[in-house]
Design a protein around this ligand. Structure first.
Ligand SMILES: [Zn+2]
Length: 442
């Protein structure tokens, strides 16, 4: 009897761990009432809402509610082929499949890296559930120089949000081409920082044409969470990105999605009222600049010219954005690239054109701020200090290096350095890093 009981218990735990999502259309009035724990798919309609519930919750709906809930086919929904009222699915025009699939993406990255080994280092962060490599590149002339600041760009964590995947590939090609052409901005980015680009965090989801990974887990609900605590069921793709942050300590990161066109600021899980994110001044400047360079985003008046705080839009728990900030000290935000999650590939060039300069500015912002070498009075390397700027509400410890990159807005900064029980205050003008540090003696 005991053995049977244990078997049943472990089976039910497994079932819970692998609970999957169902995409549904429901009357808006059901959200939070008849249908609780509904993850909206940010779709705007007078009567209906579209989004995800867990299969467990779906099966628990009473029959009178179920009769008004329709299950949608996720890929047709992602491609914008549904008529939301009749639920008829339009025939797919040509062009949706003109994306780099996993094999083509791998071949392209290998080709770029082998032809440009002086500035492109191709690596894998680990493997997906189905054993696909989680490729990323480091764009830098010295990919292993830990004194150069890192900016990270991660796309396609939702497998059916695909524009970011191609935007990342095109950005890698653009950076390489501009570097070869001697473009001064690109030379500075490649020579003085390390740009980490992961075109697809969820290659299995892309191949399967769905949001979740091969276990049908939503990776952007899968990170440790400041309020809910440790992830209950961390996926290999999530753990790989966690390890990547521990290895590179990006100062700044963006992750790219689809389904709207906007810049989504921290926090996702909690309100900014009463306390805003400590580096709000810095990331808000980036957001407004990004949106001003992307005319579709700027025209999105669902938000403030395309800029929103995550929580004010819809709450996310276990997301990459909040995790990066709180657990990896990386200033992080989310960009939504296209109203259709899986746009026809013929739309990709215009999406690229709307984002190229904006992404370039972000890469430059990853170099912008204070670049300080902290020394003792006798000129030795200082340790055991903490540092704060007037832009930010957080003290950061030295993390074992006396070379500090602190990202700031372009405003003059009052810098406070706390060491040996004393606080030193100095004013420093921020600048774009060109390899030179300002020396400060404690
Ligand atoms: Zn997404």
């Amino acid at each position: 009897m005991k053995l049977i009981f244990l078997f049943v218990l472990s089976f039910s735990l497994l079932a819970q761990a692998e609970d999957t999502e169902v995409l549904i259309r429901i009357p808006k009035s059901f959200v939070g009432n008849e249908v609780k724990h509904f993850i909206s798919d940010h779709f705007s309609h007078d009567y209906y809402a579209v989004g995800y519930v867990s299969k467990h919750d779906f099966n628990q709906l009473p029959s009178n509610v179920q009769s008004q809930v329709q299950v949608l086919e996720p890929l047709s929904w992602a491609k914008g082929l549904y008529d939301i009222e009749s639920l008829s699915i339009r025939a797919e025009e040509k062009g949706f499949d003109s994306y780099h699939n996993y094999v083509a993406l791998t071949a392209l990255l290998q080709k770029i890296a082998s032809e440009n080994s002086d500035i492109v280092s191709l690596q894998s962060a680990g493997q997906s559930v189905k054993g696909r490599e989680l490729w990323y590149v480091i764009l830098s002339n010295t990919p292993n120089d830990t004194n150069k600041p890192v900016t990270s760009l991660i796309a396609n964590m939702h497998g059916d949000e695909t524009a970011g995947r191609e935007l990342m590939l095109s950005m890698i090609e653009k950076v390489v081409d501009s570097y070869r052409a001697g473009d001064a901005r690109t030379l500075n980015i490649v020579n003085n920082s390390r740009v980490l680009i992961m075109p697809s965090m969820n290659p299995d989801g892309f191949e399967l044409g769905r949001r979740g990974n091969a276990n049908n887990v939503d990776l952007n609900r899968n990170f440790d969470d400041p309020i809910n605590g440790a992830s209950r069921n961390p996926q290999p793709e999530t753990l790989a990105v966690v390890a990547l942050h521990k290895k590179y300590h990006p100062n700044l990161g963006l992750n790219f999605h689809g389904g709207s066109v906007c810049f989504n600021l921290p926090w996702d899980h909690k309100s900014n009222n009463p306390i805003t994110f400590a580096d709000d001044a810095f990331i808000h400047d980036i957001a407004t600049e990004y949106a001003s360079l992307n005319s579709t985003m700027y025209r999105n008046n669902e938000f403030d010219h395309g800029v929103t705080y995550g929580y004010e839009w819809y709450q996310v728990t276990g997301g990459l954005q909040d995790w990066s900030i709180l657990y990896a000290d990386s200033i992080h935000a989310t960009v939504e690239l296209s109203y259709t999650k899986w746009p026809n590939a013929r739309d990709l060039p215009s999406i690229y054109n709307e984002n190229e300069e904006a992404v370039f500015r972000v890469l430059e912002k990853g170099l912008f701020g204070l670049h300080l070498e902290i020394l003792t009075q006798s000129g030795a390397q200082a340790t055991g200090f903490e540092i704060k700027t007037s832009d930010s509400n957080r003290w950061l410890s030295d993390k074992g290096s006396n070379f500090i990159h602190r990202l700031t807005t372009d405003r003059m900064q009052e810098v406070q350095i706390k060491a040996n029980g004393k606080i030193l205050k100095i004013n420093v003008d921020p600048s774009i890093f060109d390899g030179q540090y300002t020396q400060i003696r404690l």
